[in-house]
Every structure is written in structure tokens, then in C-alpha cells.
Design a protein. Structure first.
Ligand code: TAP
Length: 475
């Protein structure tokens, strides 16, 4: 255990208010109820700000504002909407350092990731969909695709601003207006985005941000004025939402959990594969829906790969997320830490062997060391359930067919990785893996032009690319 001295870079460039209201109709407004919640820095447990808790009446006000703004926004020529989206993208670039620090403070992810991965992708998403706004008639959905109306969007805490961009950019490009609810533990970058909407002179009501807990999300999803629901989060909540919307006119897309296999064949370059496996599961502390949380390694190279992997894990630095040298940041919340601990204990209890490098853990905050489990059976909970933390379950296989069978032996189907030098084997695997994304000789690579989404219980609908427009158009 140790106390770290906070990195010198840091808080000075962000301006966090002590308390935030709701962003409705282009204004900051107070919620009708008294209740508020605190958002904390998971690396220090320090309270960052108090945030409004939107109840049904507040959600109703936000949906009303979005409905009122819809005729203006949807009636605007696409080229005009594009100008706003380009402006938002440029402001995000200009403010990216500040937004990266804010994200890291509220979420716990290493600054190197928020600065070099999240923020560039957020801006890229707005640029990409700005480019579509005046070309919707050429997107292959018929000559005159129409926006749906008010989109109710609910997002999780693992990539707060990036998930916002995935939701808001295509919705606005297509002419919809939006009410978005960020996760309870990471509202600050969504609230900063509200300011960016004002800075970009976005017409009032086109984007509304309501903060709160699950009940706020539930009120938004249930609101009769919402025409389209877009949800990213757990499979459990997604299932509940799908049930609640059955028989209504609302269009629904779901981006849910995952239990991806990262599959290493004996001919793969070991060092490159080790980097890919580390990036696959330890990026963002494993708080990644498409994390490579199951390593499937060919038996003939398993011992060598594990040895190299353990050596590499010994070099990872866990600690202050604002330090540019940090590899593993904080776990986002006490609840998430408890879940990771519970599943890791279940792994040991079911007979798998647990290993972590010697890794000092700070005294305060929520932390979990990078962890490997070997001797994992497919029936173990750590091989079946999404841990959403820095925990890798290692299994072995002998033949490509066995690799496919094991990789597909999960209710999820979001992503997979294949490491081999043989192009024919890559393609053979990719055509058999039941996963929305299959990476080859890389992992966790994202591009706004590429559709992303799940098979099976990982959800339906696609975000990103031309396919991502379809979720927001009547085609
Ligand atoms: P959830 O607990 O499902 O929460 C997601 C969002 O839904 C939060 O904003 C949450 O609010 C809200 N919510 C909770 N109950 C709700 C209800 N009954 N009705 C409407 N909204 C409700 O997930 P999480 O723990 O934040 O995120 C982790 C999960 O998201 C993982 O399973 C991960 O795989 C998945 N995920 C998937 C993807 C893609 S692209 N497939 C991307 C990122 C994450 P509160 O935060 O206030 O509870």
C-alpha cells in the first residue's frame, strides 16, 4: 500500500463546478426534486461535484424541449446540420486536453488513454458523421430517409464521452433531437459537452442532458414522447429495456456485454501477441465491453506465451491515472471493485490458479492488480461471466476447430481476436466466429467508419459507419 503524490499536470486545467443542474433547452436548470448525487474521483475517493438527480418531471421537460426543437433541426438542410457538427468536433479538439483530464478524474482511466485514444476518437466521430449529414439520400437507405424524432440515449461509465459521441453524432446528423443520460458515476464530461453545445450555438433543445441514476434512465426509456431508444450497458438492463418496449412504436438498439476470446496460434509472433493480449484485457482496466477477457492459446506455445505474458505484466505500472506513465488506472467505483473481487474469488474457489505481479496498491481509491487465471475450465464463472475488470482467464486449444468451438461457447458475441501469420487461417476463423468484430493481429482498434455491435446477447443494431445511420432513420 502507498500514497502517491498527484501528478503535476492535472486539475488546474479543468474547471469543475461544485454543483451541476440539468441541461434542458439550451439552459442550465434546477431539477424539480431536492435529491442530488455526488460524483467521486475513483483514484482518491475525493468528491468532485454534486450532480442533479432528474426525476420523471425533469425527464418530461427534457423530452418536451427535444420534441419542440425537432421540426427546426430536422427541417434544416443537411449541410447546415453538418456545420454544427463540424463546429462541435473542432471545439472538442481545441478543448481535448481539458476534457481528457476531466474524463480521467471522473472515470479513473489513465490520462494516456483518455488523451490518445478517447478524445481523438470522440472528435473523429463528430467529424465522420458531420460528413454524412448532407449525404443521407446516398447512404443506401432509399431516396428520402427521415429522422425518427426524439432519441432517448442511455450510456455507461467506461468510455463516458466516447459513448456520448457514438450516440449523439449519428442522431444529430440524421436530424433527430436528443435527450441523453450519462452513467451515475461519470457525468462530468457529458455536462462539459452541454457547454460545448452552447459554445457551438446549437439551437436550444437539440441536445438535452439529464443526470441521475438507473431510475432516470428508466423514466427516459419509458417516456411516450421518445421515438427511439439507444442503450449501451449491461445485458441485464438491456434485456429489461427490450421487454419494456415490446409492443410500443419505439425503435431500439442495444449495445451490451461481452466475453471476447483473444486466440493465439502457434505461428503468431509471440512478442506481438503478448502486446495484443495485454492491450486486449488491461486497456481501460478491462472496463471494455469488447475486452479480450478470455485468452485461448494453442497448447504447443502456451507455456512460452504465459512466461512472456507474466514478464510483461511485471512491467505494468498501476497508480495515479493523471501520471502519463501509468498503465493501469483506478476501478471506476466501489461497486465495480466488489464485483471484480467476487468473481476472482469464485475463480479460485472453482479451482483455477490465480496470479498477479508484485504490484503496490495505493491506500485510497479503488484498485485491482492485473490478474491472470490459468487452469480455467469452460464451466468456470470466470470463463463465462463478464468481469469488466483487469482479469484474464487463460484456456488452451489444440486445433482451429476447437478454438472456434471454445470462442463461440458464450452467450455473448461482441468481438474476438485472432493471432496468426496465415491469412487463410484468419479468414477461416473470422467466418466461423460469432462476433460482431473480429480483429486480426491487433485488438481494441476502433474507427468511426467501421460498424460496431454484437451477435447473440451482446445486443442488436450497429453503431459507427454507414450502418450506424440506420438506427436513426426511418428507412
Ligand atoms: P448498466 O448498469 O447497464 O448501466 C448503463 C446505463 O443504464 C447507466 O447510465 C445506468 O444508470 C442506466 N440504467 C440502469 N438501470 C436502468 C434501467 N432500468 N433503465 C434504463 N437505464 C438504466 O451498465 P454499466 O455498469 O454502466 O456498464 C457496464 C456494461 O456496459 C457492461 O456490461 C459492458 O459490457 C456494457 N458496455 C457495452 C458496450 C457496447 S458498445 N456493447 C460499451 C460499453 C459498455 P446508472 O449509471 O445511473 O446506474
Amino acid at each position: 500500500m502507498f500514497e502517491y503524490a498527484p501528478a503535476p499536470e492535472s486539475r488546474d486545467i479543468v474547471d469543475i463546478r461544485p454543483s451541476y443542474g440539468l441541461f434542458i433547452n439550451g439552459e442550465w436548470v434546477e431539477p424539480q426534486g431536492e435529491e442530488r448525487h455526488k460524483t467521486v474521483n475513483p483514484a482518491t475517493e475525493e468528491v468532485l461535484a454534486e450532480v442533479a438527480w432528474a426525476g420523471e418531471a425533469d425527464v418530461d421537460r427534457a423530452v418536451g424541449a427535444a420534441a419542440k426543437a425537432f421540426p427546426l433541426w430536422s427541417g434544416m438542410p443537411g449541410a447546415e446540420r453538418a456545420k454544427y457538427l463540424f463546429r462541435i468536433a473542432r471545439i472538442i479538439q481545441e478543448r481535448s486536453r481539458e476534457l481528457a483530464v476531466l474524463e480521467t478524474l471522473d472515470n479513473g482511466k489513465p490520462i494516456r488513454e483518455s488523451r490518445d485514444v478517447d478524445l481523438p476518437l470522440v472528435a473523429a466521430h463528430f467529424f465522420y458523421y458531420a460528413g454524412w449529414a448532407d449525404k443521407l439520400s446516398y447512404a443506401g437507405f432509399g431516396p428520402d430517409p427521415r429522422p425518427l424524432g426524439v432519441a432517448g440515449q442511455v450510456i455507461p461509465w467506461n468510455f463516458p464521452l466516447l459513448m456520448l459521441a457514438w450516440k449523439i453524432a449519428p442522431a444529430l446528423a440524421c436530424g433527430n433531437t436528443v435527450v441523453l443520460k450519462p452513467a451515475e458515476t461519470t457525468p462530468l464530461t457529458a455536462l462539459a459537452f452541454a457547454e460545448i453545445c452552447r459554445q457551438a450555438d446549437l439551437p436550444p433543445g437539440v441536445v438535452n442532458i439529464v443526470t441521475g441514476a438507473g431510475e432516470t434512465g428508466a423514466a427516459l426509456v419509458a417516456h411516450p414522447g421518445v421515438d427511439k431508444v439507444a442503450f449501451t450497458g449491461s445485458t441485464e438492463v438491456g434485456r429489461h429495456i427490450a421487454r419494456s418496449l415490446a409492443g410500443t412504436r419505439k425503435k431500439l438498439t442495444l449495445e451490451l456485454g461481452g466475453k471476447a476470446a483473444n486466440i493465439v496460434f502457434e505461428d503468431a509472433p509471440i512478442d506481438q501477441a503478448v502486446e495484443g493480449v495485454v492491450n486486449g484485457i488491461f486497456f481501460n482496466q478491462g472496463h471494455v465491453c469488447c475486452a479480450g477477457s478470455r485468452l485461448l492459446v494453442q497448447e504447443s506455445v502456451a507455456a512460452d506465451l504465459l512466461e512472456a505474458l507474466k514478464r510483461r505484466l511485471g512491467t505494468l505500472r498501476l497508480g495515479d491515472p493523471l501520471d502519463k506513465n501509468t498503465d493501469i488506472g483506478a476501478i471506476n467505483s466501489a461497486e465495480q471493485l466488489a464485483k471484480i473481487r467476487e468473481l476472482s474469488e469464485a475463480g479460485e474457489a472453482e479451482g483455477a490458479e490465480r496470479w498477479s505481479p508484485a504490484c503496490p496498491i495505493p491506500d485510497r481509491g479503488y484498485w485491482f492488480p492485473p490478474t491472470l487465471f490459468t487452469g480455467v475450465a469452460q464451466s468456470h464463472r470466470i470463463a463465462r461471466e463478464e468481469i469488466f475488470g483487469p482479469v484474464l482467464s487463460v484456456l488452451t486449444f489444440r486445433t482451429p476447430a476447437e478454438a472456434v468451438e471454445k470462442a463461440n461457447n458464450t452467450p455473448y458475441g461482441l468481438s474476438a481476436g485472432v493471432w496468426t501469420e496465415k491469412g487463410s487461417l484468419m479468414l477461416w476463423m473470422a467466418s466461423r466466429l460469432r462476433a460482431g468484430v473480429v480483429w486480426s493481429n491487433t485488438f481494441n482498434r476502433f474507427d468511426p467508419a467501421s460498424p460496431f455491435g454484437g451477435f447473440k446477447e451482446s445486443g442488436y443494431g450497429r453503431e459507427g459507419g454507414r450502418h450506424g445511420l440506420e438506427a436513426y432513420l426511418a428507412v
